[in-house]
Design a protein around this ligand. Structure first.
Ligand code: PMP
Length: 304
């Protein structure tokens, strides 16, 4: 990732890609406190647009607030910087990664005296769980690692440390040949994927598991809007892994994963073992919206 042409926005300036580096004594590298976002820009008929830029930027600010981290840029400055990064790198569609972290000013657990740095990079990134996954669905396995308890690293923060938990789960199941991990909470109820929220469909009703220990995904929010617009019933409720075994359809949502059908969980075929008809409708509507083919959702697009 480091050896590329282009520019990365770092602390208010555009820096050549290869020079956007940090010291090995960076506080966040040692203690794991950095907050970040994953954002996508799509190539629409009216030009490139970032999807739900204010919402992603607000979540970054919220993540920082939870950790009492003072980001030295306003929401408007952070939004403009993201638009600028897409523009200067001449990207038509891409993934953006804004990150706020503590620098190398000091060591020791306390963050007092450490400076907050902000960087924003963007690069082309295709379907996170594969093009085939988007069409045919993926194979998921429940991980033996639990999603972190709600009182551990704070589920509302998109925090680097939380991803150590995701990495444990993802490594465990992908080494056994599955595509992605499902994590249960510390009480054994369904939480979310390693980097995705989950939805299931049963008898025409769309359900999501209670999001207490899951990230409040922005794709999830977009999908809930779509579900309501399609006139489908939507419910959020506590869910067990076997609720998913006997569901008609299931899918993951995420900025990277977009809307990815799940065709199998723990070696049980879900529904017909392929992308289900309601999932397909929701997915098609999602791609219409992000690609600018749904004028009523243009408010979710920030054109560069
Ligand atoms: N849960 C986790 C753990 C994630 O990493 C992500 C991806 N950011 C999501 C859910 C989905 O969130 P969003 O739709 O905002 O990308």
């Amino acid at each position: 990732m480091a050896d590329r042409d282009g520019f990365i926005w770092q602390d208010g300036k555009l820096v050549p890609w290869r020079e956007a580096t940090t010291h090995v004594l960076t506080h966040s590298l040692h203690y794991g406190l950095s907050v970040f976002e994953g954002v996508r820009a799509y190539n629409t008929a009216k030009g490139t647009a970032i999807f739900r830029l204010p919402e992603h930027t607000q979540r970054l600010i919220n993540s920082a607030k939870i950790y009492m981290m003072d980001i030295p840029f306003s929401k408007e400055e952070l939004m403009e910087a993201q638009l600028e990064v897409v523009r200067v790198n001449k990207l038509e569609s891409c993934y953006l990664r804004p990150i706020a972290f503590y620098g190398s000013e000091k060591m020791g657990i306390s963050t007092r005296g450490a400076r907050v740095h902000v960087a924003i990079a963007a690069w082309p990134w295709g379907a996170y769980l594969g093009e085939e996954g988007l069409e045919k669905g993926i194979r998921v396995k429940t991980s033996s690692f639990a999603r972190q308890h709600v009182n551990v690293t704070m589920a509302r923060a998109k925090l680097a440390s939380t991803y150590a938990n995701s990495i444990l789960a993802n490594l465990e199941v992908t080494q056994d040949g599955y595509d992605e991990a499902l994590l249960l909470d510390t009480q054994g109820f369904v939480a979310e994927g390693a980097g995705e929220n989950l939805f299931v469909i049963k008898d025409g009703v769309v359900y999501e598991p209670e999001i207490a220990s899951a990230l409040t995904g922005i794709t999830r929010d977009s999908v809930i809007n779509i579900v309501r617009e399609l006139g489908l019933r939507f419910e959020s409720r506590r869910m067990t892994r076997d609720d998913i075994y006997i569901a008609d359809e299931a899918f993951f949502t995420g900025t990277a994963a977009e809307v990815t059908p799940i065709r199998e969980l723990d070696n049980r075929t879900i529904g017909a073992g392929k992308r289900g008809p309601i999932t397909e409708k929701i997915q098609a509507r999602f791609f219409d919206i992000v690609n600018g083919r749904a004028p009523e959702y243009e408010r979710w697009l920030s054109f560069i």
